[in-house]
Design a protein around this ligand. Structure first.
Ligand SMILES: [Zn+2]
Length: 226
């Protein structure tokens, strides 16, 4: 299956619920505060301090974090609220400042296995902000592209479906998109003539957690590999 970053590998203590997550997060990030719950989200805001390995401050970023109520099976939405990052897709940020942290499938997969805000802030945000600072200097020769979105889309599907043939992957997704709701006793989308429940049921269930629009976009990307 997908190689998933082990988000909790550096954590030496348990986080069992939102309250514990909140406390751990605020202790570790003194620039942030918890603003309470509104419209189905737990909301945090303030400054995120990017530090180097000697704990020296490199830069601070003003952010807002929305954690959906279905916590912990949800990936936090991180929004940049200052003007330190140019709103341009090259920087993996939307016009509204929503930061795109990783490939949507990795994020969905992580969400299935429960996500702690503390881990996201320890792992993803420093990685993203460091990348941004380097990218903004214009010295990008040795800078790897932020590993997200389009890059690796085909690879994600190859791994998810365990299919290498790009035509079969395209056909799988096209058929999947025309039915959506996995039908356990019907033929699998991959054309194996096996019943879905004996073939790609897990993959189909996983895709269900992904917005149709995302899959359509991915299919368009995969078609460009021809
Ligand atoms: Zn199949």
């Amino acid at each position: 299956m997908l190689t998933i970053t082990n988000l909790t590998s550096n954590r030496k203590f348990k986080i069992r619920n939102f309250e514990e997550d909140k406390i751990a997060t605020l202790n570790s990030h003194p620039g942030l505060r918890y603003d309470g719950k509104a419209r189905g989200f737990y909301i945090f805001s303030g400054n995120f301090f990017l530090k180097n390995s000697s704990d020296k401050l490199i830069e601070s970023f003003e952010i807002k974090i929305l954690v959906a109520e279905k916590y912990p099976n949800t990936f936090p939405i991180v929004i940049s609220t200052d003007n330190k990052i140019e709103r341009h897709e090259d920087y993996h940020i939307s016009k509204d400042g929503v930061i795109c942290l990783d490939h949507s499938y990795i994020i969905n997969k992580l969400s299935c296995g429960e996500v702690r805000l503390y881990d996201v802030l320890e792992y993803y945000l420093p990685k993203y902000f460091s990348w941004i600072l380097l990218k903004q200097t214009g010295i990008t020769q040795n800078l790897e592209e932020w590993d997200h979105a389009d890059k690796g889309t085909l690879q994600v599907y190859k791994t998810l479906l365990d299919i290498n043939n790009i035509d079969i992957i395209k056909e799988f997704l096209e058929t999947y998109l025309s039915f959506r709701k996995p039908r356990r006793n019907h033929f699998c989308y991959c054309g194996s003539m096996k019943k879905l429940k004996r073939c790609h049921l897990n993959a189909a269930n996983f895709l269900r957690a992904t917005p149709k629009k995302t899959i359509e976009r991915d299919l368009t990307i995969i078609k460009t590999y021809d």
